[in-house]
Design a binder for this molecule. Structure first.
Ligand code: NAD
Length: 332
């Protein structure tokens, strides 16, 4: 197949070219994003390969269909930016990489927690300036705390396993129980019980209409005072304005996020020379107890290799068999 890539960075090109056999597929890389205007540049290809912030709405999908695209290959797990109904209507298959390295995302979640709890970002900067004061660096033991995991799929269950290692009590909430989490000793409870009992709440469910802003003012109200909130899943699971109010009141003691609801205007680009236009994000940056990373939880060499391999195999499966185990369809 000929595949046109959008939102490509040098690392995507490197890992895909390394994994792509010479007679496997022809890969064309574009750095710009996929949207209704750029979609026509996929003409001549059979498939497009897109990432988390590409715009795969009805307008884009219509253009893709008009220029002969048959497959949308997402090189990520999430597919909330794809209009699945439009893809079905225009006869395009959508495939994704459901699991590439759950360890990468789970470990980054713990990384955010450890950095936040012990204020490692502050001490790193202080020590470099010869300031060895411990003022403002007091943390807490993670051992013995109650952790609430929302979403216990591939990544969530790995987070359960890591928190077990810390000696935490783990509570879970999911619309579907995962026997692996129960085997690990976690206990499924209602969302209300999880929010009211957890010292640390970590989000690992996908972004759907039903999960949009699931952490809003009402949910925050139910949480323990001083709760630590972690989100390495999708930004819009959290109502950022409500979280800012929670941080101002002290209800939220720490916030660690790798994703942000308006991240498509910010992340993956060097904007260090520009004036920040997003006032909500700018406000988040002012808190000493907020740690933000720019959607890098997936970003390990192991994950990049697996993403490239699975994406290429998905394309081969569709080409040879007309179907693929990693196809995403409109929920029935
Ligand atoms: P998964 O599909 O294996 O698991 C998702 C779990 O969420 C499932 O168990 C599902 O039943 C549950 N769920 C669905 N609706 C729910 C609801 N309303 N309330 C509670 N739980 C619900 O997905 P995964 O591989 O574990 O990934 C989880 C999410 O992590 C992805 O959807 C993606 O958005 C995000 N992600 C982020 C990064 C990153 O770099 N930050 C990388 C990969 C994935």
């Amino acid at each position: 197949m000929q595949v046109t890539f959008f939102s490509t960075k040098s690392y995507d090109e490197r890992y895909f070219l390394e994994e792509c056999g010479e007679d496997m597929h022809t890969l064309i890389f574009h750095e710009f994003r996929l949207n209704p205007d750029s979609a026509k540049l996929a003409a001549g290809s059979d498939a497009v390969c897109a990432f988390v912030n590409d715009q795969l709405d009805r307008a884009t999908i219509q253009v893709l269909s008009e220029v002969g695209i048959r497959v949308i290959a997402m090189r990520c797990a999430g597919f909330n930016n794809v209009d699945l109904e439009a893809a079905e209507a225009f006869g395009l298959k959508v495939v994704r990489v459901p699991a590439y390295s759950p360890h990468a995302v789970a470990e980054h979640t713990l990384g955010l927690l450890l950095a936040l709890n012990r204020r490692l970002y502050r001490s790193y900067n202080r020590v470099r300036e010869g300031n060895f004061s411990l003022q403002g660096l007091v943390g807490f033991d993670i051992h013995g705390l109650t952790v609430g995991i929302i979403g216990t799929g591939t990544i969530g269950v790995e987070v359960v396993r890591l928190f077990n290692g810390f000696g935490c009590k783990v509570l879970c909430y999911d619309v579907q129980q995962n026997p692996r989490a129960v085997e690990l000793g976690a206990q499924y409870v209602t969302l209300e019980a999880l929010l009211s009992q957890a010292d640390i709440v970590s989000l690992h469910c996908p972004l759907f209409q039903s999960t949009y802003h699931m952490i809003d003012a009402a949910a925050i109200e139910q949480m323990k005072h001083g709760v630590t909130l972690l989100n390495t899943s999708r930004g819009a699971l959290i109502d950022t304005s409500a979280v800012i109010e929670g941080l101002k009141s002290g209800k939220i003691g720490n916030l660690g996020i790798d994703v942000y609801e308006e991240e498509d205007n910010l992340f993956f680009e060097d904007q260090s020379g520009d004036v920040m236009q997003d006032d909500v994000f700018a406000r988040l940056l002012t808190f000493p107890n907020v740690m933000i990373t720019g959607h890098q939880a997936f970003f390990t060499s192991n994950a990049l290799i697996q993403i490239a391999r699975t994406t290429l195999q998905n394309l081969t499966d569709v080409e040879q068999d007309g179907c693929c185990v990693n196809e995403v369809k409109v929920p029935q």
